[in-house]
Design a protein around this ligand. Structure first.
Ligand SMILES: NC(=O)c1ccc[n+]([C@@H]2O[C@H](COP(=O)([O-])OP(=O)(O)OC[C@H]3O[C@@H](n4cnc5c(N)ncnc54)[C@H](OP(=O)(O)O)[C@@H]3O)[C@@H](O)[C@H]2O)c1
Length: 189
């Protein structure tokens, strides 16, 4: 609750659209979630959610929560598409949001030759193909760039559609446990 008040102060806002728990921490998540539920009830967060939750984390949370998380923000990109977790979240009505959708800072994802081939076919960049793939899969994405031209280009994904066979080709790039970031299955932050 104190952290939320501090964030509102720093942002100089009366409310925020979405407030998330960053990481599941054994023994602390339920108490934190109760705090988020209180914040939600006051209207100062229009939606509340979590990050880096796996199915086992949800089983415990959902047994005790009064309000279901709106969002699960997870590492998700063509090399780690997390199909089982995405399907679970869909079943529970929880939206998935991809962090490091481009493979993060210094990641090698943008050099993937298969993605380069698909990008060439559509006359788009690899980044645009990845973001379009997420859009067509119903996954929210939060790509980061400090360059204005890139931010504008990254948003230019509404004038083409990936065909089913290309969607499948990208799906098949999944390397299951290949992560660029930390693994919530093993790191108790
Ligand atoms: N919840 C969590 O645990 C968690 C964990 C990690 C990240 N996140 C969040 O996820 C968001 C994005 O993640 P991220 O920054 O790790 O990774 P990302 O968005 O996958 O990748 C960012 C990198 O891609 C580069 N990039 C962006 N657009 C590009 C383009 N058009 N062409 C070439 N390179 C491009 C950026 O460089 P430039 O900036 O130089 O353009 C930067 O190096 C951030 O908001 C972050 O806070 C959340």
């Amino acid at each position: 609750m104190k952290a939320f008040e501090k964030s509102l102060d720093l942002l100089q806002l009366d409310y925020i659209d979405l407030y998330l728990i960053h990481w599941p921490v054994a023994g602390q998540t339920l108490e934190a979630w109760k705090g988020l539920e209180e914040i939600y009830k006051t209207g100062r967060a229009r939606a509340i959610g979590v990050c880096n939750f796996t199915e086992r984390h949800f089983v415990e949370l959902l047994r005790n929560a009064k309000i279901k998380p709106a969002v699960n923000q997870i590492e998700l990109h063509p090399h780690l598409s997390q199909p089982a977790l995405v399907t679970y979240c869909e079943k529970e009505g929880i939206s998935c949001e991809a962090w490091s959708p481009l493979g993060g800072d210094g990641g090698k994802l943008l050099d993937d030759p298969v993605l380069k081939g698909i990008a060439g076919k559509y006359g788009k960049s690899v980044v645009q193909v990845i973001l379009r793939w997420n859009l067509q899969n119903g996954i929210i994405t939060i790509p980061k760039s400090i360059h204005q031209a890139r931010i504008i280009g990254n948003a230019n994904i509404y004038d083409f559609e990936l065909m089913a066979d290309d969607m499948k080709t990208i799906k098949d790039l999944d390397q299951d446990s290949k992560r660029f970031g930390r693994d919530p299955n093993t790191l108790n932050f």
